[in-house]
Design a protein around this ligand. Structure first.
Ligand code: ADP
Ligand code: MG
Length: 230
């Protein structure tokens, strides 16, 4: 079980709140899209879940473990949460294999685990390439493999497809969804693209100006949208 709970989270920069009491629950093994326009607080919320930004109020609970709370602030490396940043952010001077193995204990870095992960994301045989020798879609899949390597409870993806060409986007989306399903990873994907959210996710949380507007299955949002731009 790796259910993720976001409970009444308030987050601010220099005491100016930008996330105002947001709550939602992501069921174990499902994919939740957080959908909202630019500046609506999506990245801030992901950073709170990852432990990179301390909330003013509220709690983050994963697999029944409180990660952020009134007297709790588990550091990012101890949260069992993987983050795939917007720009993939691979280490340019490390091979694909070394990038994927980065989050693993030293003794596992040279073992089969890295090859298994490369297989999983469809990059078998490319372990010795450097990031500069990969396409944008391939770099994203390396970033996903790196995030999944330590078998996290939850994976967070920040606008993972926005830097890709439209022609690549559909294919990479389908691959990422397939990998998350196969590994039964609980995932939160942030996007401003409503087609992406509605087609990819099991659950969509709509944010506007740091407030939760709607939380439901894609079909529900499609039939009864509560925000004018949906
Ligand atoms: P989104 O990811 O939905 O575009 P963000 O979470 O990045 O939204 O930003 C939410 C709000 O917080 C915006 O008004 C943004 O200007 C502000 N903000 C984001 N990062 C910072 C920062 N480091 N310092 C101050 N304000 C910030
Ligand atoms: Mg953002």
């Amino acid at each position: 079980m790796s259910e993720l709970q976001v409970r009444k989270v308030v987050a601010a920069y220099d005491a100016t709140p930008v996330v105002h009491g947001v709550s939602f629950t992501v069921a174990s093994g499902t994919l939740c899209a957080v959908l909202g326009p630019s500046g609506s607080g999506k990245s801030t919320l992901l950073r709170v879940i990852a432990g990179l930004h301390r909330p003013l109020e509220g709690a983050i609970v994963a697999s029944g473990r409180v990660l952020s709370g009134p007297r709790v602030d588990v550091p990012p490396q101890h949260r069992r949460i993987g983050l795939v940043p917007q720009d993939a952010a691979l280490f340019p001077h490390l091979s694909v294999r070394a990038n994927v193995g980065f989050g693993l204990p030293r003794r596992e870095r040279a073992g089969e685990r890295v090859d298994e992960l490369l297989d999983l994301v469809g990059l078998q045989g490319l372990g010795d390439r450097m990031p500069g020798e990969l396409s944008g879609g391939q770099r994203h899949r390396v970033a996903l493999a790196r995030a999944l390597a330590p078998e996290p409870d939850v994976v967070l993806l920040d606008e993972p497809f926005s830097a890709l060409d439209a022609s690549l986007r559909g294919e990479v989306r389908a691959q990422v969804r397939h990998v998350l399903r196969r590994t039964r990873t609980t995932a939160v994907l942030v996007t401003h693209d409503q087609d992406e959210a509605l087609s990819l996710a099991d659950q969509v949380v709509v944010l506007a100006e740091g407030r939760l507007i709607q939380d439901g299955a894609p079909a529900e949002l499609y039939e009864r949208p509560r925000s004018p731009w949906l």
